[in-house]
Design a binder for this molecule. Structure first.
Ligand code: BV8
Ligand code: ZN
Length: 254
């Protein structure tokens, strides 16, 4: 068992008393499943591209085959990966809350659906998902769970180009997801930010918004981020270790 940063008693007390807990996750929660985090997703062939240069509508317009190849490689990599103990701890946390008739909302910036695979329910996908591809022209959406695409870019029957169902930089978040996130932030008692560098908006502003409304805020991350100074509790460590420890403490205390 890796060394685990202590879980503050005040945090477990706040969670035990909370009527609504909101969790926001980023790439860090999938890192121990083998999913490259967003900012070190550039290995090998992709070392020469910055993610921000590939994850944009402009990049896709300029070179749809390059962008499709990048996303297809990430999609195929994901197919062989599984949820880790951190994902499973969040399922346990959701069940611990709902078994006490309390509210739990999981917001994720991740596009890998590992939370769904672990058993989380009602996951709010702020940035879409890599598993669904959408035609730019007719809007037809299809889940793509097979092997690598045999041609790039992907053509739709209508003749249009099919793109990954993710939110690119400069694109609006899905209105239903953003509304769900804003509603949850407005009513939560505790907000927990997990495995995110807190640099991409609007998600990076959620912790501040929750704090401004009077919620208590915790951060579970491997290293400090721009929100570390504003949170009530910062638990540094690997989420596949720190999250199961959090759940163990809650179950022991209740
Ligand atoms: C929007 C999907 C309104 C795609 C992603 C100028 C022009 C246009 C827009 C902007 C602009 N300036 C600012 C903006 C807004 C922009 C933005 O915030 N840019 C940033 C870079 C400044 N945001 C947007 O464009 C958003 N839309 O604002 O619409 C609008 C419209 C038009 C014009 C203006 C505004 C859309 C943002 C969504 C982009 N899509 N992903 C894809 O996957 O390819 S973002 C991508 O990066 C991820 O999805 C994630 O959301 C984001 C951040 O990544 P993280 O998840 O945090 O991962 P990262 O690697 O960064 O960090 C991992 C963390 O985990 C680290 O801290 C690490 O220490 C930790 N960690 C690692 N391992 C572990 C761990 N912790 C614990 N345990 C471990 N084992
Ligand atoms: Zn089409």
């Amino acid at each position: 068992m890796a060394e685990c940063a202590p879980i503050p008693d005040e945090l477990t007390d706040a969670l035990t008393a909370a009527g609504h807990v909101v969790v926001l996750t980023g790439a860090g929660v999938s890192a121990e499943s083998g999913v490259p985090t967003f900012r070190d997703a550039q290995t090998g062939l992709w070392a020469k591209h910055r993610p921000e240069d590939l994850a944009t509508p402009q990049a896709f317009a300029r070179d749809p085959a390059l962008v499709t190849r990048w996303y297809d490689e990430r999609r195929v990599t994901l197919a062989s990966l599984a949820p880790n103990d951190g994902h499973r701890a969040l399922v346990d946390l959701q069940r611990w809350m709902t078994s006490r008739d309390r509210q739990f909302t999981l917001l994720t910036q991740n596009v890998d659906r590992l939370h769904h695979a672990a058993g989380s329910e009602g996951v709010v996908e702020l940035h879409g998902t890599l598993w669904v591809w959408r035609c730019e022209s007719c809007g037809e959406e299809q889940e793509e769970r097979g092997g690598p695409f045999d041609s790039h870019p992907l053509a739709c029957e209508c003749g249009g180009l099919r793109r990954p169902g993710v939110v690119w930089f400069g694109e609006m978040l899905p209105p239903s997801a953003l509304e769900a996130a804003e509603r949850a932030i407005q009513s939560c008692d505790v907000f927990i930010s997990i495995g995110t560098s807190a640099v991409v908006y609007p998600a990076a502003g959620f912790a501040q918004a929750a704090k401004a409304r009077g919620a208590r805020v915790a951060e579970f991350n491997r290293e400090p981020t721009p929100i570390t100074d504003l949170v009530d509790w910062s638990v540094q460590g690997l989420s596949a270790t720190t999250l199961p420890e959090l759940v163990r403490r809650l179950q022991a205390d209740s």
